[in-house]
Design a protein around this ligand. Sequence first.
Ligand code: GDP
Length: 297
Amino acid sequence: MFENLSDRLGGVFDRLTKQGALSEDDVRTALREVRVALLEADVSLPVARNFIKAVEKKATGAAVTKSVTPGQQVVKIVHDELIEVLSGEGEPGELRIDQAPAPILMVGLQGGGKTTTTAKLAKRLTERDKKKVLMASLDVQRPAAMEQLEVLGKQIGVDTLPIVKGEDPVAIAKRAKTQASLGGYDVYMLDTAGRLSIDEELMAQVAAVRDVANPRETLLVVDGLTGQDAVHTAENFDERIGISGVVLTRMDGDGRGGAALSMRAITGKPIKFVGLGEKMDALETFEPDRVAGRILG
Ligand code: GDP
């Protein structure tokens, strides 16, 4: 078991008997513990370094209020800094679906949870936001990928675009757009094909789909347990396709939330949702506070 950061820092400061303001030495000792906690939470080294620098600036010389211990004071400064880095602009969980039909493009690598997340999000938009949603699978590569989305659609009561064998992804995207307009849908979601790793063919295909769909949101779905790889994937997709937000899946696993911090610090893209399981309602709005708590332990 990890010792949590609050306890650790408490221990550090118990050994010190400083009063009043936090001294440079106190802060340095405490920050060593913070650094270990960040790395244990799978935050990347450069991100942890920058983070520590920012905290150091705020903590050095900060007055220790009477009601809290120096350890608690540093924990608070770390917590506030975590929230600042983790929070993106706008409300988390909010999507630009102000025009009808609003296209949402779902992108990511194979196995990241794209199809599952497409269906989870469609369910949320239908039930919570009372939107009429159409889902379409553009995955002509992976056997049974289109059927997978169709099955999920039936399960959650959301329409899927009828499957036409032999159609290419761009043609499917165009048909989805037409069907969404004619059928009076508020939103149509395009679930693109993934690959095991980033390749040029995949990017060209997704870019072609983006150009015909002109999406209001392009959401990258990545496995939150893959840490640094998730961040590299996001950088790549953003450079080639342009993403408007990120969905981190498998946050129900034993990862400690570090991927979220690295993702925000490196890409600057908002994390909109987190996946918390395989079930259709296991999708939640990203809450910086919760992830900060998880990192702090
Ligand atoms: P895709 O290839 O990106 O479309 O991935 P899928 O949507 O098919 O998901 C791959 C596997 O991950 C499936 O077994 C999903 O049930 C599972 N999965 C997706 N999201 C989550 C999540 O948030 N938590 C957990 N534990 N499993 C997930």
